[in-house]
Design a protein around this ligand. Structure first.
Ligand SMILES: Nc1ncnc2c1ncn2[C@@H]1O[C@H](COP(=O)(O)OP(=O)(O)OP(=O)(O)O)[C@@H](O)[C@H]1O
Ligand SMILES: [Mg+2]
Length: 242
């Protein structure tokens, strides 16, 4: 369903007013993994290790320098911060319907699609279709962002820290919703998070990233019970004990 083979993406800094030519950043440096249809691959690792770059490569926002990325079916993406990913001047109906509008669908098809997707994310369409993003809570805004990313019925959804900007008390609601949607629509997820507990809850398999490479790929159970890599062990040790 999703297959990455030795994927590399380097960024080359350009000479600016305040900087001279630096070394290139090896954001993704030879990453391979596969995700079977209907499953969730959790990608964890510290800030700057290349998680979002992989997300953008999978959905085609970025092109790899080398290696191969194969996705069976359409892909879409949900970003971390629903405040900046939702246009504040557009109504919820227009935001969720925009991808259908762009792909040339008719008005009544768009309306039906928007209503269907809002109900999938458990929002009452009649109450929110004419409102603006600021009139919703953070959790509701992320539901709206999820509805928008699903409206074209993708097969693969990349979720880049989808609950990291939300209060812990509403994270669980969104995570459970995402699991229900996955089952309902038979979606394949790449779920990016720096929270190992969230990754454990969501994932069938987890990949631990460090400085552009995957240091370990295993089931959450294996990662927790017998982490093979020293870096994975460090990450596990850094989880606050409750
Ligand atoms: N467009 C870009 N131009 C130059 N460098 C970039 C670009 N995008 C990312 N980088 C660099 O590539 C590396 C990986 O970035 P990336 O955003 O993939 O990390 P991340 O794991 O998602 O981090 P975070 O957890 O903070 O979101 C970082 O060093 C980053 O500064
Ligand atoms: Mg990121």
């Amino acid at each position: 369903m999703i297959e990455l083979k030795n994927v590399k993406k380097y960024f080359h800094p350009r000479r600016g007013i305040f900087s001279s030519d630096g070394d290139s950043v090896k954001a993704v440096d030879g990453v391979s993994f596969t995700v079977p249809r209907g499953k969730t691959f959790g990608l964890v690792g510290e800030s700057g290790c290349g998680k979002s770059t992989i997300a953008k490569l999978i959905v085609g926002i970025l092109e790899p320098d080398s290696g191969e990325i194969k996705c069976q079916g359409n892909t879409d993406i949900v970003f971390q911060d629903p405040f900046s990913s939702l246009n504040p001047r557009m109504t919820i109906g227009d935001i969720v319907g925009e991808p259908l509008f762009i792909s040339g669908q008719k008005r009544n098809e768009i309306k039906a699609g928007v209503k269907r997707m809002l109900s999938v994310v458990k929002l009452r369409s009649a109450e929110c279709i004419d409102k603006y993003p600021h009139q919703f809570s953070g959790g509701e805004r992320q539901r709206i962002a999820i509805a928008r990313s699903l409206v074209r019925k993708p097969h693969i959804l990349v979720l880049d820290e989808p609950v990291s900007s939300l209060d812990v008390s509403i994270q669980a609601g969104i995570l459970n919703l995402l699991k229900d949607i996955q089952e309902e629509m038979y979606l394949t997820y790449v779920f990016i998070t720096h929270d190992l507990r969230v990754a454990e809850f969501m994932s069938d398999a987890m990949g631990v990233m460090k400085e552009g490479t995957l240091v370990e790929v295993a089931s959450p159970r294996e990662i927790y019970s017998s982490p093979k890599d020293g870096y994975t062990r460090q990450l596990l040790d850094s989880i606050p004990k409750l």
